[in-house]
Design a protein around this ligand. Structure first.
Ligand code: SF4
Length: 468
């Protein structure tokens, strides 16, 4: 699974905002590794630098120095909608008689084709097939008739799906979170200004202070002089937060909607033991994302926590793996066994999720080959039965192991002695978040937005049909 994108927006009292934006993007690198971009505004014009690759590969000292201005937005890209090429790197920019506009987007829209077709009928052309470019066109054309806030409101009424945005209209930096609050976005106070960012770790790295999360349906406008911000709650619907942000995507040291992600994962691990605990010699995580779950699980069961697998940190995600066989080899490139911790022992292996099942099957096999007497598998989320349309590159339905298999069949397929998952109610309890305020599309097949060919769980007014 890969997250689609991280966003940053900074407005300072003085000095240039590009360097803090660059540092904040470093802290958010896990949210997108395919491309990076920064656009600044110096009070007269925009300056932009973007390209393919990691933040460290796209920018050098010179690049950052040549991005003047107290206002800046930045973006990290992992494409789920649109191809991978330099033209589709964010932030997208347009200039018109109503000023310059730059936009960075985390999420995916579900009605892009419809909006794009209308524009094309009116003679607009697009340079990419990205949903974000469609959003920029919508916003720019609304700006012709309206002021910024009304233009944003009209745009939010027109587009549907998941979007946490940082945008810059001339030198004014704005944050927008979609009415469902699917993806995170927060506000931080810096020594000499304010920051908007996908996750609070971007604020920490600048030694700033987390003010709060941007609320679902809220537009936050940073003052041009970096002295404060205005809030406008334009929509007030029942939210549909992506619970996978807590399970997997966000950094464990981030705080989202007042919950430290690490604590949420430990609590999920505790519930996993409480509901599905098994006594084994050791409890071991699938590194790195299984660690907090395993530590919560081991503590709850008073069991020994011991690492059975070690990750090769220098393997990126860019090696070629075109076939299933190659994917299986890739597991060995990434993870090695610590045989002395495993030999003759019963092991509970804990992972955050199972997507295709390839990795899980390989890991169980590796542990057995290293002498494990039993391998029990525990998963910190429910079975993934359907794709994500809201900003996560997951897999197609027929690639998802749980789309056509029950838990016993999956257990047999991955070769474990036992297999158990958390269910949606456990997740809701661990996050202390009502079930009706979470998106659960990929684990229930029922989505908080209309997606062609899928079930929508919401009524027209945004409330959740049959919510608990
Ligand atoms: S479908 Fe799954 S991954 Fe996508 S937003 Fe909903 S909960 Fe998150």
């Amino acid at each position: 699974m890969e997250e689609k994108c991280g966003v940053v927006g900074i407005s300072l009292e003085e000095g240039d905002a590009a360097l803090p934006t660059y540092y904040a993007m470093y802290a958010l690198q896990h949210r997108g590794q395919e491309g990076a971009g920064i656009v600044t505004h110096d009070g007269f014009q925009q300056h932009s630098e973007k390209g393919l690759g990691l933040v460290a590969e796209v920018f050098d000292d010179d690049d950052v120095e040549h991005l003047p201005g107290r206002a800046s937005i930045g973006h990290l890209r992992y494409p789920t909608a649109g191809e991978i090429d330099e033209r589709s790197c964010h932030p997208y920019t347009v200039t018109s008689k109503r000023g310059s506009l730059a936009l960075a987007h985390n999420g995916t829209l579900v009605n892009t084709d419809e909006v794009r077709a209308e524009f094309e009928e009116r003679g607009h052309t697009f340079s990419t097939n990205s949903d974000t470019e469609v959003m920029v066109h919508e916003l720019a054309s609304n700006l012709v008739e309206d002021g910024l806030l009304d233009a944003i409101k009209r745009t939010m009424k027109r587009i549907r799906g998941a979007y946490s945005l940082t945008l810059m209209h001339d030198d004014r930096v704005v944050g927008v979170r979609d009415p469902l609050g699917v993806r995170p976005l927060c506000i931080g106070k810096l020594d000499d200004g304010y920051i908007l960012a996908s996750e609070s770790v971007a604020i920490d790295v600048l030694d700033g202070e987390l003010v709060r999360d941007v609320r679902p349906g809220e537009v936050v406008v940073l003052d041009e002089d970096g002295g404060g911000f205005e809030s406008h709650r334009l929509f007030d619907e029942v939210p549909a937060h992506c619970f996978f942000e807590y399970v997997y995507f966000s950094r464990p040291d981030s705080t989202i909607d007042d919950r430290l992600v690490y604590d949420a994962r430990r609590e999920m691990g505790r519930l996993l033991y409480e509901n599905h605990g098994v006594e084994t010699d050791i409890v071991s995580p699938v590194p790195d994302s299984g660690r907090a779950f395993a530590s919560g699980y081991a503590e709850a069961g008073d069991l020994e926590y011991s690492e059975a697998l070690m990750k090769n940190r220098y393997v990126g995600r860019t090696f070629i793996m075109p076939t299933q066989d190659a994917r299986e080899t890739a597991v060995r490139l990434k993870l090695n066994t610590m045989d002395s911790n495993i030999e003759g022992k019963s092991v509970t292996l804990i992972d955050d999720s199972i997507v295709r099942g390839t990795t899980s099957r390989q890991l169980v096999k590796l542990l057995r080959e290293s002498g494990a007497s039993e391998v029990h598998f525990r998963v910190g989320s429910p079975p993934i039965v359907a794709p994500c349309y809201l900003g996560i590159d997951m897999a197609s339905r027929d690639e998802l192991m749980a789309s056509d298999k029950d838990v016993d069949e999956i257990r047999d397929e991955i070769g474990a002695d036992s297999l158990e998952y958390l269910n949606v109610d456990d997740i809701s309890e661990a996050l202390d978040m009502p079930r009706g305020e979470m998106c659960t599309g990929c684990v229930t097949g029922s989505y908080p937005v209309d997606v062609e060919g899928e079930t929508c769980e919401r009524t027209k007014d945004g409330s959740r049909a049959g919510a608990d």
